[in-house]
Design a protein around this ligand. Structure first.
Ligand code: SF4
Length: 472
C-alpha cells in the first residue's frame, strides 16, 4: 500500500489554498489522501495565527497527535502556515515530537523534508520567505469543481497594528498577470465557473514592480482593475469573478468603474473596515477614515444595482471607549452590511498594538461583540426577508446533504441559496433562475423556475471540492 497523508487546515482562505498546494506536492511525491490519522504516514497541520484561539487549537491538536509518535508509529508530523512561520525553531522546542516546521513560502520543499524525516533526519524548521524570486504554485483543476481560488499576490505591506500577517507572510509580492491568466484559463477549461482572486490585500495588485509605490503614505496606484478586465476579456466563459480580501484604501475609481462595467463581477464586495471610529482607525493604522470608507461603500453601491457589502470588525481594541464603539455600531448601520466577521481583540506577538496594552475588560469586549452581532443579524435578517418573492440567479455548487431534491449554491450577491429542483434535475455547475420562497437565518430557500438552467456550462457535473476542516 502506498503512503498516505492528511492535511488539516485552520484559518483563512489563503490557508485553504495553501493546503491544496501541499496536497498536490504530496500527491506528486506518491502520497494519497486518507481521513484516518492512524493510517497516515504524513500529518500536516496548516495553522493560523491571526487569533490566539487558533494557536490554542493547534497546541491541543498536537497534544492529540503526540501519542501516535509515542506509540512508535512511523509517522511524520509537519506544522505549516502562519504559526509555523511565526514560531519557527521555537515550535520545535515547544513540541519536540514535531518533525517539520514549514513556512508558507516553502511548500514546494515539503516532500523533500518529509522524505528526510522518514530517513531519520532531526526535526527541521524551514521558514524562508521567497522575496527575491517569489513563486506561486499553480492550482490544478479538480474533478467536478465549480469554484476555485487563484492567488494574485502574497504578503502585506500594510502595518495594521493588530495584525501579525506582515510578520508571518512577508512583504507584498505580486504574481505576473500572464501567470494569473494562465491559471484562470486552465481552471475554466477544466469546468470551473467561479473564480475568487486571493491575496492579503488583493486589490493592491501591481503588474510592474518598478511602479510599486514606496513608503507608508504612498497613495494607491493599484492596477487591480486592469487585471479584472483582462480576466473578463480572456476568459469570457467565466460566470463569476470574486476577490478577497480588498483593502479599503485600494478601492480606486478604476475598481469602481470595473464593478459598473464588468458583468462577471458579482453584486457583492467583502470590504473589511475593523472599526467605525476615526480615533481607533488611526490607532490601528488602517490608513483611511470612517468617511473615506463610507464613500468607497457608496461608490461601489452606485456602480451596481443591489450590490451588498460585508465586512470584518475588531471590538475591544486597546483604548476603545464606549463612544468609539458607538461609532462602530453606527458605521455598521450606515454601511448596511448584510454579513460580517466580528472578533474580540487579542494581542498577537510581533504587532505594534502590543505596546498599547489590552485595556478593554473581557466582559466589555463580550458585551460589545454581542451588540455588534445583533446589529449585523438584524440587517442580515431584513435583507434576506426582503428577497422573498424575488428571482435570483444561483450558481449551483453541490447537492444538499440533508434534503433530497435540493441543491445549494450562491446568488450573485453571495447569499447561500438552497434550491428545490424538478425531479431528475441535477444542475451542479449550472446557473439556475430560482424564485425565493423563504428566508432562513443565514440562507434562502428557492424554487427553480421552469426547470431549465439558464446557463449550461460546457463541462457538467461539478461540485465544490475542498472541505475546510478547521477555522480560527
Ligand atoms: S491589511 Fe492589515 S489586517 Fe490585512 S493582512 Fe495586512 S496588516 Fe493584516
Amino acid at each position: 500500500m502506498g503512503k498516505r497523508y492528511i492535511v488539516q487546515t485552520f484559518g483563512c482562505q489563503m490557508n485553504v489554498h495553501d493546503s491544496r498546494r501541499m496536497e498536490e506536492v504530496l500527491a506528486d511525491a506518491g502520497y494519497s489522501p486518507t481521513d484516518s490519522p492512524t493510517l497516515a504516514d504524513v500529518i500536516v497541520v496548516n495553522t493560523c495565527s491571526v487569533r490566539e484561539k487558533a494557536e490554542h487549537k493547534l497546541m491541543s491538536l498536537l497534544g492529540t497527535l503526540r501519542p501516535l509518535k509515542e506509540q512508535g508509529r512511523q509517522v511524520t508530523l509537519a506544522v505549516a502556515g502562519c504559526v509555523a512561520q511565526q514560531e519557527g525553531e521555537r515550535l520545535l522546542k515547544k513540541a519536540p515530537f514535531v518533525d517539520v516546521v514549514l513556512g508558507p513560502d516553502n511548500i514546494p520543499e515539503l516532500p523533500t523534508l518529509v522524505a528526510e524525516a522518514e530517513r531519520g533526519a532531526p526535526p527541521i524548521a524551514r521558514t524562508v520567505f521567497d522575496d527575491v524570486a517569489p513563486s506561486f504554485l499553480m492550482a490544478r483543476p479538480r474533478h467536478e469543481e465549480v469554484t476555485a481560488f487563484v492567488t494574485t499576490m502574497k504578503g502585506c505591506d500594510e502595518r495594521c497594528t493588530f495584525c501579525v500577517v506582515p510578520y508571518t507572510r512577508g512583504s507584498e509580492r505580486y504574481r505576473p498577470a500572464s501567470d494569473i491568466l494562465g491559471e484562470v484559463r486552465r481552471l475554466v477549461d477544466g469546468g470551473v465557473r467561479e473564480i475568487t482572486l486571493l491575496g492579503q490585500t488583493v486589490n493592491s495588485w501591481f503588474e510592474d514592480l518598478s511602479d510599486k509605490p514606496r513608503g507608508k503614505r504612498a497613495p494607491s496606484r493599484s492596477r487591480f482593475a486592469d487585471l479584472l478586465r483582462r480576466i473578463a476579456d480572456e476568459a469570457p466563459e467565466l460566470t463569476r469573478l470574486r476577490y478577497t480580501s480588498p483593502h479599503p484604501r485600494h478601492v480606486t475609481p478604476a475598481l469602481v468603474d470595473a464593478h459598473r462595467e464588468l458583468a462577471v463581477l458579482p453584486a457583492h464586495v467583502h470590504l473589511p473596515v475593523q472599526s467605525g471610529s476615526d480615533r481607533l482607525l488611526k490607532r490601528m493604522a488602517r490608513r483611511y477614515t470612517r468617511e473615506q470608507y463610507l464613500e468607497s461603500a457608496r461608490l461601489l453601491r452606485s456602480a451596481r444595482d443591489g450590490l451588498t457589502l460585508s465586512s470584518d470588525f475588531i471590538v475591544g481594541f486597546p483604548g476603545e471607549t464606549d463612544e468609539d464603539f458607538e461609532q462602530t455600531l453606527s458605521l455598521a448601520r450606515e454601511a448596511g452590511f448584510v454579513a460580517a466577521f466580528c472578533f474580540k481583540y487579542s494581542p498577537r506577538p510581533h504587532t505594534a498594538a502590543l505596546a498599547l496594552g489590552d485595556d478593554v475588560p473581557e466582559a466589555v469586549k463580550d458585551e460589545r461583540l454581542a451588540r455588534l452581532f445583533e446589529v449585523i443579524a438584524e440587517q442580515q435578517d431584513a435583507h434576506l426577508a426582503s428577497l422573498v418573492g424575488t428571482r435570483v440567479s444561483v450558481l449551483i455548487e453541490g447537492e444538499n446533504q440533508q434534503v433530497a431534491g435540493r441543491f445549494t449554491g450562491r446568488s450573485e450577491r453571495h447569499e447561500i441559496v438552497h434550491v428545490e429542483v424538478p425531479e431528475g434535475a441535477r444542475p451542479i455547475g449550472e446557473v439556475v433562475e430560482a424564485t425565493v420562497v423563504s428566508a432562513f437565518k443565514h440562507s434562502l430557500l428557492g424554487r427553480m423556475d421552469g426547470g431549465i438552467p439558464i446557463d449550461v456550462p460546457k463541462k457538467k457535473k461539478a461540485k465544490t471540492a475542498l472541505k475546510i476542516v478547521g477555522s480560527p
